[in-house]
Design a protein around this ligand. Structure first.
Ligand code: SF4
Length: 748
């Protein structure tokens, strides 16, 4: 009899477009692969990378068993032996040098659940020495964009690009890096006659499709944008009503831009003045246009400036918050957005909660453990509330005087879980550092560069991880949309899913009962759905609360069967134009929030999910809705100086009467005493906000919006300077021109 064919749905593991993979199974064997034909991401296709995922998952070089290096030779070992030996070594290091002596390097290749667990695991180990690839790709975007308007993420989506009337692309090459997305650009060209402007020092395959190719000097992005804006302001093309209603600080930008005359812009960027004017005119005449950027804009020492300048261009011309407009920021790996959102970073907890006492208490509540327990694990309040070391610097720590093992900063063990440093600089230093470590652990489906780049003879362990096709869970594409991946086949050889490996390690290290307290364990494998539910309970900052595993699974099923009626009943997309559930997607009792395909949608009132830009100290009345921006009750905000405002606003909203006496006293004490801003206030304010159906807590009929976001940690707080002088030899005052920090207020 013919074998039964079954289709399993997964998501490509190569890039952040998030194309659906339909895996054709016969008797449990993955025999064929198709793109998701009805996925609005795929447009019926895969690129060459996506078309090869089945081969990658079955590659001959897969790591088949745990191995360790002994006397310069690789030796096969059992899982039990590997976990025992690694665990004993880590416990010894912890005993001698403290928990910060071990570094936990996670991955943008992990699912959301694995990322969340990884960050939680590091917290239970007691260290903020945790990070992943986003540090070296788009962390400058997150800092620049979040400081401009709140969420540091793509505002629209890949598939919204075909609604654009023009495309301004800078520092990206989607034809090669995000190939399927290129179809959306070409569709905009075809159906809207949308001019494609590509700014890049290098002529790329994407530039070959451009209507206007702008070759500019590397590192002069800000000058180029200011040069374009010079024409915009000079000709009065800016969107004056939009700026008046929604933007603070544009006058300062206008002042700055005045200096960027065509001659000055040409001198610095090398772009002819006539071309800069043509670009400005094209953008002004074709709105909404979208702004797209990628790592060509972000991997600069001045990249925060670049990303903020791109935002300012969109704000000046009024295209942020509209379909076909927005900032479409192309991220790299398939789950780099999710791993960032879930806090696999040395300076945040899941949901961009900072590291303050209040934030830790919030997560301790979600994790159902005492705050003191976590504090004990860290052994130091200071370490608990300080950013760890970023991935780009860990080797400096390891290279410090290693003979002094009492030195708390001394790094003695590295766990590379799904991370190979191929794209990092200073590889020789990294190699040296790897050789100085007491133990190096690499967890990956393949022996990576990390496994082989050092010349150690002992103390290296390679643990075979299952691929994403051998496990299941959710993944967040660059457009903030969560999709569910089915398990396609059982783990090959002796490989195990990362969540199981972390459980084995936690067991050995002695904190499995606490770390997995409310997570069902099957055999040794934590139930993925329980991990999703747990982060649903804690991720109020950015709206990861409405994407339950049931909804995510249902979305994938129904979108693939065109069952739009069922999908709409579940709060799914009405027009089928996007996939999954893009955050913010607020959870409440009904769990019907459809997600937010366009951030800051200017067509909606703020209280219905419309625009909610970062603002400081603003309280506005909007019909029956009182819009009160400026204080999202995250403890890091409170630490950064919001308690005074928080209390004033609570009073203004009339919510202060819902506080208990203790909470009131605590807030007033903190508000009045600026030396004590670290006191935890978040619990009480959150409770009040939930009671009033505050929008971040999932009620579209909220009578008020109280919303703000944690500042990035000091690591991002270098001054916002333009590129250094040495990039442009005869440019004397460039580094002295500061970009203005823009407080932006959206009134709706
Ligand atoms: Fe995979 Fe990206 Fe290609 Fe889509 S565009 S198939 S997600 S690599």
């Amino acid at each position: 009899a013919e074998a039964k064919v079954e289709i399993r749905k997964s998501v490509c593991t190569h890039c952040s477009v998030g194309c659906t993979v339909l895996a054709e199974m016969r008797d449990g064997v993955w025999v064929g692969q198709e793109p998701g034909w009805d996925s609005p991401f795929n447009l019926g296709t895969h690129c060459a990378k996506g078309a090869s995922v089945r081969e990658h998952a079955h590659g001959e070089r897969r790591l088949k068993t745990p191995v360790k290096k002994e006397g310069g030779k690789w030796k096969q070992v059992s899982w039990e032996q590997a976990i025992n030996e690694i665990g004993d070594k880590l416990l010894e290091i912890r005993e001698q040098s403290g928990p910060d002596s071990v570094y936990w390097l996670g991955s943008a290749k992990h699912s959301n659940e694995q990322s969340y667990l990884f960050r939680k695991f590091a917290a239970f180990w007691g260290s903020n020495n945790v990070d992943h690839q986003a540090r070296i790709c788009h962390s400058t975007t997150v800092a620049g964009v979040a400081n401009t308007w709140g969420y540091g993420a793509m505002t629209n989506s890949y598939n919204d690009i075909h609604n654009s009337r023009a495309i301004f692309l800078i520092g990206g090459n989607p034809a090669e890096a995000h190939p399927v997305s290129m179809q959306h650009l070409l569709k905009a060209k075809e159906q809207n006659n949308a001019p494609l402007i590509v700014c890049d020092p290098r002529f790329t395959r994407t530039a070959a499709h451009a209507d206007e190719y702008v070759r500019f000097r590397p590192g002069t992005d800000v000058a180029l944008i200011w040069g374009i804006l010079w024409h915009v302001f000079e000709n009065g093309w800016e969107d004056k009503a939009y700026i008046r209603q929604r933007v603070w600080g544009m006058d300062q930008i206008r002042e700055e831009v005045r200096q960027w005359t065509p001659d000055e812009c040409e001198r610095v960027t090398g772009v002819p003045g006539s071309q800069v004017e043509r670009v400005a005119r094209t953008l002004a005449n074709n709105r909404p246009f979208t702004i797209i950027w990628c790592m060509g804009g972000t991997q600069h020492h001045s990249a925060n400036n670049n990303t903020r300048a791109y935002c300012v261009l969109g704000l000046a011309l009024g295209v942020i918050g509209q379909e076909g407009g927005g900032a479409n920021i192309f991220r790299g790996h398939d789950n780099v957005q999710g791993a960032t959102d879930l806090g696999v970073l040395c300076h945040t907890l899941p949901g961009y909660y900072g590291l303050s006492e209040g934030a830790w208490k919030h997560w301790a509540r979600v994790w159902d453990v005492d705050y003191e327990y976590l504090l004990n694990r860290f052994q130091s309040k200071e370490l608990m509330e300080s950013a760890g070391v970023p991935v780009s610097r860990w080797f400096d720590l390891a290279l410090e005087d290693k003979d002094n093992i009492d030195q708390p900063d001394n790094l003695r063990a590295m766990i590379f879980d799904g991370h190979a440093p191929n794209s990092q600089t200073r590889l020789p230093d990294m190699k040296k550092a790897m050789e100085k470590l007491d133990v190096l652990v690499v967890i990956d489906p393949y022996p990576t560069m990390t496994a082989v780049m050092q010349d150690r003879t002992d103390g290296v362990y390679l643990l075979p991880a299952a691929t994403q096709f051998e496990t299941y869970g959710s993944v967040t594409a660059s457009n903030r949309s969560l999709q569910w991946r089915d398990k396609v086949f059982e783990p090959l050889f002796e490989s195990r899913p990362d969540q199981e490996i972390l459980y084995l390690l936690a067991e050995k290290l002695g904190f499995a009962d606490e770390c997995f307290k409310n997570i069902q364990i099957n055999g040794k494998e934590p139930l993925v759905e329980d991990l999703t539910r747990e982060f649903n309970r804690g991720m109020w900052t950015i709206g990861y609360t409405g994407q339950s595993p049931e909804r995510l699974k249902m979305h994938m099923v129904n979108q693939h069967t065109f069952n739009r009626t069922t999908l709409r009943a579940l709060g799914g997309p009405a027009d089928g134009d996007y996939y999954g559930l893009p955050w913010p997607c607020w959870g409440n009792a009904e769990m019907k929030h459809p997600g937010t395909p366009v951030l800051y949608d200017t067509s909606k009132p703020v209280a219905e999910g419309g625009l909610c830009f970062r603002a400081r100290f603003g309280v506005e009345r909007n019909g029956d809705n009182l819009l009160a921006e400026g204080s999202y009750p995250v403890a890091s905000e409170i630490r950064d100086g919001y308690p005074e405002f928080t209390m004033a606003m609570l009073k203004k909203l009339g919510w202060d009467k819902d506080l208990t006496e203790d909470e009131r006293a605590s807030i007033e004490a903190v508000a009045g005493d600026k030396t004590n801003w670290k006191t935890d206030l978040s619990g009480g304010i959150q409770r009040v906000a939930i009671k009033h159906g505050c929008a971040p807590f999932g009620n579209a009929k909220a009578r008020a919006v109280v919303w703000n976001f944690p500042d990035p940690v000091p690591i991002h707080r270098e001054p916002l300077y333009a590129p250094k002088r040495d990039l442009v030899a005869d440019y004397p005052t460039y580094e002295d021109r500061r970009m203005y920090r823009l407080p932006i207020l959206y009134r709706s």
